[in-house]
Design a protein around this ligand. Structure first.
Ligand code: SAH
Length: 367
């Protein structure tokens, strides 16, 4: 990491303090904040409405871009995967997922991941390091500029999911700081209601999230209805077992506003966690903890050579779904996106594979 301050990672209030300390007039704060987050300019030189002297001073002390785009992969379904590098050489992956009436950006909270979930390719990288708030915000700015053009308005707003590489709740403070910056109406203006963050089950942080007013939606990766199976698939279960996780989920449920729900994600692994019996056990589990404001997202497994699992058959996914529904549990099947370019859930492993359509363009992006 550079010793210089990453300006994308500081809030408008903090920027105001910096401007005051430097003897700059108050209006500079909004001017600079808007230039970075609303106009999404990527270098001090482009902020031509700032005096040259100020641009030079800022460039001495701070940076506004630190990630470089190494490659960009475009799927046949329109999904784009960006493989980026931090200034100190760590991989960061971000995925753009277009749908008919909304666009979603899936960002990473860590380079790599420490959690070792057996079905996930990112786990094979191990943890490299936490991303800073600036690096989290910058991922989204890079993608928006690439998809829509620098500073151009997005046609129907942007949804964010914290489901890329890493465990967001092991980088909780940086994550929340980044989300607050992105919610600012003078900036990206992506409000918490448009954001979902997924955790493998870092229980204390679920309680923390329940306390926050300006919090994103929560998704919890469950993957199994019993401790015996879950700890085989997700070793984090040895630290916080299903009982601890469900109690935290219950507390979170109590903090929801009317009409709000939270999600359990359930990766569907053929013959491992997808039988009728597992569906019944899952419904019973949610029933035991009286979890009502909840939906289950069934995610067919995305395979990779290094992973020992296969996806459940589409028929079994539907059976599983209907067993849950017959027991009053709402369930949805998530269709995989960007599998051909290693952009789907659990496939982010800094792979330089897939059809790279435009390396010339990515060279421009990283310039
Ligand atoms: N560490 C967080 C954020 C990653 S989200 C978490 O675990 O929640 C990634 C989602 O994809 C999780 O729900 C995870 O269970 C799921 N997943 C991981 N590997 C997968 C794979 N190979 N196929 C399908 N889903 C996978």
């Amino acid at each position: 990491m550079s010793d210089k301050l990453h300006l994308l990672g500081i809030s408008k209030a903090e920027l105001e303090d910096l401007a005051a300390a430097a003897g700059e007039p108050r209006y500079r704060t909004t001017q600079v904040f808007k230039a970075l987050h609303q106009r999404r300019l990527r270098s001090f030189d482009e902020i031509t409405d700032l005096p040259k002297r100020l641009r030079a001073t800022m460039a001495e002390k701070a940076v506004i871009s630190s990630l470089s785009v190494e490659s960009r992969y475009v799927s046949t379904d329109g999904t784009r995967r960006y493989l980026m590098k931090t200034a100190d050489g760590y991989s960061v992956e971000t995925v753009y997922i277009p749908t008919e009436n909304r666009d979603t950006i899936c960002f990473s909270s860590q380079s790599g991941c420490p959690l070792k979930c057996d079905f996930c390719l990112t786990a094979k990288l191990g943890l490299l390091r936490n991303l800073t708030p600036g690096e989290i915000v910058e991922q989204i700015i890079i993608v928006l500029n690439d998809v829509y053009g620098v500073g151009a308005e997005t046609p129907h707003g942007t949804n964010l999911v914290g489901m890329g590489a890493g465990e967001p709740f092991l980088n909780f403070d940086n994550l929340i700081a980044a989300l607050r910056i992105m919610a600012d109406e003078d900036g990206l203006f992506i409000v918490p209601n448009r954001v979902t963050v997924s955790t493998a089950g870092i229980v204390p942080r679920i309680y923390d999230l329940a306390q926050l007013d300006d919090r994103p939606h929560l998704a919890i990766s469950l993957a199994a209805p019993t401790d015996e199976l879950r700890q085989r698939l997700m070793p984090i279960n040895k630290k916080w077992d299903i009982d601890a996780l469900m109690k935290a989920a219950k507390e979170f449920e109590r903090s929801l506003k009317r009409g709000e729900r939270f999600t359990f994600e359930y990766v569907m692994l053929g013959g491992v966690n997808d039988t009728d019996r597992h569906a019944v056990e899952l419904a019973n589990l949610l029933g035991r903890y009286r979890l009502k404001k909840v939906k289950v997202n069934l995610i067919p497994h995305n395979g990779a050579e290094q992973l020992d699992y296969t996806a459940s058959t589409p028929e079994q996914v539907l059976r599983f779904k209907s067993i849950l529904e017959s027991r009053d549990v709402s369930a949805y099947v998530r269709s995989p996106r960007g599998r051909d370019i290693y952009a789907a859930c659990g496939q982010l492993a800094a792979k330089s594979e897939g059809s790279r359509l435009d390396s010339a363009r990515s060279a421009v992006l990283s310039a």
